[in-house]
Design a protein around this ligand. Structure first.
Ligand code: SAM
Length: 289
């Protein structure tokens, strides 16, 4: 007999009312944070973290998002040494980037130290020791302010932002994108979390245009993350220079084999296929919908 069922209500957007419910087993714990942060256990997704009403990470499907946010850019680039992660306080992307032995340093800029503390304690498998790796430097600050003020240059910048609300909103604005472009080393690449085009087509089209004005050669790729409801998630791949950001399959396969990384979602074939956009997304991305 199930105990009293508690439900967590995630509302993605107000108008279409796309709402998803997660049964919280064993109660819902609110965490002291500058943001609305909660943790609970769900039979399907395992332990889950919700921030300002939106699912951020779940134990069971985090590998999909973290592998695609890290490996597409790193294998596309081919010689990454210095990485900046903006957001990413759960440590999942840092874990995946650190698996590339050639990476010399990662700077992770997270605005809320409570997220790092919570994830180290409650989701240790997600960071899997990343926070103790000497190559990782964690800075608790606003990512936009950090990028605007840094003199450092990065081969890859990964913007693991929440949705464009609250403190995350600034990470979707042109000044931040321009500062990121200036902080990319020659041949550098930036990656964004670009939301769910099906749920927010108008926002996605406007976001795509914002990115294109700063990164003319921007491309999008897709991933399917079960707990990010509403269809495929889009990710921006933004080269500092308008070079082809997506190498041939043979090149990706050679780099993947040399890296010796065992993945559960990313493969060179998935990498290439992820850039094949269905027309309903492609036309939004090019402003021809
Ligand atoms: N995968 C999730 C998604 O797609 O929504 C994102 C997860 S990650 C935990 C998002 C992180 O960005 C949160 O820890 C949040 O505290 C952080 N964050 C929000 N605004 C920020 C800012 N301006 N600078 C740095 N980190 C920020």
């Amino acid at each position: 007999m199930r105990g009293k069922r508690e439900w967590v209500d995630e509302t993605i957007n107000e108008d279409a009312g796309f709402r998803t419910f997660y049964e919280a087993v064993g109660g819902i714990r609110m965490v002291d944070s500058t943001q609305d942060l909660a943790v609970f256990q769900n039979p399907t997704f395992g332990k889950m973290m919700i921030l300002d009403g939106a699912v951020q990470v779940t134990e069971r499907d985090e590998f999909i998002y973290h592998e695609m946010m890290a490996h597409v850019a790193l294998f596309a680039h081919g010689a990454v040494r210095r990485v900046l992660i903006v957001g990413g306080g759960d440590g999942g992307i840092a874990r995946e980037v650190l698996r590339h032995r050639a990476v010399a340093s990662i700077t992770l800029v997270e605005i809320d130290g409570a997220v790092v503390d919570l994830c180290r304690a409650e989701f240790p498998a997600i960071s899997a020791g990343a926070f103790d790796d000497p190559r990782l430097r964690v800075v608790i600050a606003d990512g936009a302010a950090f990028v605007a003020g840094t003199e450092d240059r990065f081969d890859v910048i990964i913007v693991d932002s929440p949705d464009p609300v609250g403190p995350g909103a600034v990470l979707f604005q042109p000044p931040f994108y321009r500062a990121c472009k200036a902080a990319l080393a020659p041949g550098g690449l930036m990656v964004t979390q670009s939301g769910m085009p099906f749920l927010t087509p108008g926002w996605f089209a406007s976001h795509a245009e914002t990115l294109r004005t700063v990164f003319p050669a921007r491309e999008f790729f897709l991933s399917t993350v079960p707990s990010y409801t509403g269809g495929p998630m889009a990710h921006g791949l933004l080269p500092a220079e308008p070079a082809a950001a997506t190498p041939a399959l043979e090149t990706l396969a050679t780099r993947y084999a040399a890296a010796g990384i065992a993945t559960r979602y990313y493969t060179p074939e998935i990498h290439r296929a992820a850039f094949a956009l269905p027309p309903y997304i492609g036309t939004l991305a090019t402003g021809t919908a």
